[in-house]
Design a protein around this ligand. Structure first.
Ligand code: PEP
Ligand code: MG
Length: 588
């Protein structure tokens, strides 16, 4: 086997060693071609052999499943087997091949489309979603027909299914809606051909706390199912079919990395204070209520960003007030009085409810997203605001509004919040009358006008992911311009600094909840610029804390001033690196 290396952009550190599991796009590879009459019988035979091969594989996997494997696993293999037995998949495509004189892949795909359409008419949501099983089983058949079945033996496949932790997901692209579902699994790593460092898919990869790399260009085409791989998330490197010596070297590095992570645990309950006594709040970002477990384990002292839009994904209906209330209340109660900042719906751009509802518009990131969407759908917004207010009775909830650009959006939001409060008062439903309202500063227009926003809000939170995207005109999901996406760009730093100053002047707290907050190379700069609250993925809390514990605030402030005095990125980058190294030395 040929060993090779692919470079991409590491979005989540650590080293994983495991087998490739290709998130299939076999269906996309299917082409249609006509066959001369005399080849039709052979084509039908080719089809039948593929069905038999897949059946045998599944039967073997099924009988090898360990006794305590999750029941769903056996059930799902059983369902696939049943589908293959069914005439609609095993016989009808043969008629299609004969009647249309077409290739087998095309015939089974036509038949699959037909079945999927029938599933889509089903009222019952659970049954409707079984169409995914049809798609998956047809994918298996098509992979065999195309000549690239899994390279794993059935034993290896069973082992892989039994040991999900050793699977490395290899995909061309994964939507945030798909990625959120990975939270229920325990994959070893996750790599994609496309995507930017702060795309929501990358953010989710980070929250899974497994190594991940994006922007690998052609990984999905180059890697075969089952190949042994090393994923070095820190360096953004994938090594496929490594030889023995490389494998040994990486196993060692993996152990070292794990050891370092364990060592960091020692400061988990240490207060986050600089050497000269300034206390910093380190909060966590979450996507689903279940993430609070990781929050507690991380030593974070609050939740600085709960992205509620993930509750709205992978479904056709909207969560009603009760469902939302239960989710928000669960988080508030689990945090036992600690701050929980819940952001109102930020749907749009790369975060769509489900792939079927994708609205095509020329520039989705500049379109009807976040607060713009909520203000255009007041009933949906009203439902969420009521749910948030009701949950505020059970913990220390604050509301955060995404993507503000004008004061009028803020005023409309306040009006709708007041309306939601009034409706609850009328029904005698308890809520926190003084619930704090904050705004995300993530559009340059809002940062430049941060004074005005600070006057009318209780707190500000800087969304650096979007602030960088909109300031530098770089689509955060586009790997082609990922190299230009730079948080140290002087214009980005100036906008952050303006926002911090606006908050200081009016005595309003300012935090950063974008990915910059969890980047240890930026911690000292951000604290030096005046930030006292950072919110990040739980997995970054301890390494950021370590930076702060080793820092003198007076040094950091001087250094930040020097950095802010520069207007050339080429000078800023080395200076920040120098300050990071220098302070590290002093503190050792
Ligand atoms: C941001 O833009 O920095 C942010 C925190 O929000 P999101 O990543 O969800 O757009
Ligand atoms: Mg944002």
């Amino acid at each position: 086997m040929i060993s090779f290396c692919i470079h991409g952009v590491g979005v989540s550190g650590g080293i994983a060693i495991g087998h490739a599991h290709l998130v299939s796009n076999a269906l996309l590879e299917v082409v249609h071609y006509q066959l001369p009459k005399h080849l039709i019988d052979d084509e039908i035979k080719r089809f039948s052999s593929a069905i038999t091969a897949v059946k045998q594989d599944l039967e073997k996997i099924n009988s090898n499943l360990r006794k305590n494997a999750p029941a769903e696993l056996a059930a799902f293999i059983g369902t696939h087997l049943m589908m293959l037995e069914d005439k609609s998949l095993s016989e009808i495509p043969k008629n299609i091949i004969r009647n249309e004189q077409c290739n087998a892949e095309w015939a089974i795909k036509l038949q699959m489309d037909d079945i999927v359409e029938q599933f889509e008419q089903i009222e019952d949501e659970y049954l409707r979603e079984r169409k995914q099983d049809v798609i998956q089983v047809v994918e298996r058949v098509i992979k065999v027909l195309l000549g690239h079945p899994s390279q794993l033996s059935t034993e290896q496949q069973t082992n892989a299914l039994n040991e999900e932790r050793k699977l490395i997901l290899v995909a061309h692209d994964i939507s945030p809606a798909d990625a959120i579902q990975f939270k229920q699994h325990e994959f070893a790593a996750f790599i994609t051909d496309v995507g930017g460092i702060t795309s929501h898919t990358a953010i989710l990869a980070r929250s899974l706390n497994i190594p991940s790399i994006v922007a690998l260009q052609k990984a999905r085409d180059l890697i075969r199912d089952g190949e042994l791989m090393i994923v070095d998330g820190g360096q953004g490197v994938v090594i496929v079919n490594p030889d023995k010596s490389i494998l040994t070297e990486y196993k060692l590095r993996q152990e070292q990395w794990e050891l370092e992570q364990q060592k960091l645990q020692r400061i988990r309950s240490t207060k986050t204070i600089t050497l000269d006594g300034t206390s910093i709040d380190l909060f966590a970002n979450i996507e689903v209520p279940e993430d609070v477990v990781a929050v507690s384990a991380s030593g974070a002292t609050g939740i600085g960003l709960y992205r509620t839009e993930f509750l709205f994904m992978n479904r056709r209906d909207m969560p009603d007030e009760e469902e939302q209330f239960i989710a928000y209340k669960a988080v508030a109660e689990a945090m036992k009085g600690a701050v929980v900042i819940i952001r109102t719906l930020d749907l749009g751009a790369d975060k769509q409810m489900n792939p079927d509802t994708v609205v095509t518009c020329a520039n989705p990131a500049l379109g009807l997203r976040a607060i713009r969407y909520c203000l255009s759908e007041p009933q949906i917004f009203h439902t969420q605001l009521r749910a948030l207010l009701r949950a505020s009775h059970f913990g220390n909830i604050k509301i955060l509004v995404p993507m503000l650009s004008t004061l009028s959006e803020l005023r409309q939001t306040k009006l709708l919040l007041e309306r939601a409060k009034m409706s609850l008062r009328k029904q005698n439903i308890a809520f926190n009358e003084n619930i704090a309202l904050g705004g995300m500063i993530e559009i340059p227009a809002a940062a430049i006008n941060a004074d005005a926003f600070a006057k009318e809000l209780d707190f500000l939170s800087i969304g650096t992911n979007d602030l960088i995207q909109y300031t530098l005109a770089i689509d955060r999901t586009d790997d082609a311009v990922a190299h230009l996406y730079n948080p140290l760009h002087p214009s980005v730093l100036k906008l952050i600094s303006m926002t911090i100053k606006a908050g200081e002047k009016l005595g309003k707290s300012v935090s950063v909840c974008g990915e910059m907050a969890g980047d240890v190379k930026l911690t000292k700069l951000l604290i030096g610029m005046g930030l006292r609250q950072l919110s990040m993925h739980p997995s970054h809390i301890l390494s950021v804390k370590q930076q702060i514990l080793h820092s003198q605030l007076s040094n950091l402030s001087d250094n930040a001033r020097k950095v802010l005095g520069l207007s050339d990125l080429d000078k800023i980058e080395p200076l920040v690196a120098k300050f990071n190294a220098a302070t590290d030395l002093r503190s050792k």
